[in-house]
Design a protein around this ligand. Sequence first.
Ligand code: SUG
Length: 420
Amino acid sequence: MQTEINFDGIVGPSHNYAGLSAGNLAATHNAGRISHPRAAALEGLAKMRANLALGLTQGILLPHRRPDHRWLASLATDHARATPLLRAQAMSASAMWAANAATVSPAPDAADGRCHLTVANLLTMPHRSHEWPETLAQLRLAFADPAFAVHAPVPPPFGDEGAANHMRLCPSHGAPGVEVFVYTIAGGPFPARQHPEASAAVARRHALDPAKTLFVEQSPAAIAAGAFHNDVVAVANERVLFAHEQAFAERETFYADLRRLMPAVEIVEVPAAEVSLADAIASYLFNAQLVTTRDGPTLIVPAEARANAAVWRWLERHRAGNGPIRQVEVVDVKQSMANGGGPACLRLRVVADPARVDPRFLVDVEKIALIEDVVRRCWPETIDPAELADPALVAAIEAAHRALLDALDLSDCFTINHVA
Ligand code: SUG
């Protein structure tokens, strides 16, 4: 039974605000602030609980080992001797944003009938460039069944940010769909993170039908306004595409192609005159989880979307007018939001038969309670980024990580060398 499973990244014990992502306005504005890793992880777990209550299937991805000693050693340094910037890059909890873990093409779209996952290289940002080996190790465990094909990252110099720049439209999750790869062209004030060659390589690896695959340029205006990933200005689920008017460089061509390939598509476009790009990005209206529940298409938005008058007015009017989005759920993930990660950033969608997934990566309410218990006991309450060199903090972060893996019976996760 093909089901959409949302794998949420558990917020790691080193969650902090070091301002490492140029072009990510929230992260740069909050640089130097004190973070609350325990509250951050509990917010993420509460979102997972809420998704279970909506009848969704929920999975997890684990925080990575931080500091990343292996990465520092490869740079001929260590945590004590590294420069403050390198140290912060080795300590980042950025693997929590699972939408950047991999690009996923479900089995019905692939010529070989397997579900394909390509781990993202995330090479544009130094603090994210060393995520992929541990992510790959987890994906190889979670998706070891022959129903899946897990691929190593696209090689440099082609930056790939995973599912955050990929959308899938289909009549229903288990039916063949149209896959849309949104790429970026360098030249604006902020980095372009998704190289078109990377998108093309992922589509080829995933054995997609070229006739049902679209490559679309993200609008440079959106990147310049702070949309460092497409999922900050657009989201798709089954037949619905929900996007800001200024999300794509050539929207008319894209929409025409989409309608030709999938006449039943419902394009819900928010005009800039009603919600400006600035309001869309500040509120993360589009960094919502658009999911199918028993009540129909449901949008899970961050509380910041409700707090923005223009955004909330648009949502209320859409619902009152019987638009395609039938329900709006509000979640509080403000600790993640302060680093530019909304509800959609925190999850990786995989359409598959849950029985084929390693059960240690799936959660029910009891397992969430178990994780909450570890978080309450072991996660630091606060981190001041000025304290990242403190050996006592490092010891606490490493002990917290070990406690989580032990509780989930996943201590083998990073000890086996899964990297090809
Ligand atoms: O890559 N923030 C992440 C946010 C990722 C959001 N993901 C999606 N849109 N799918 C990023 O910019 C900030 C980390 C810091 O500054 O410490 C950070 O990496």
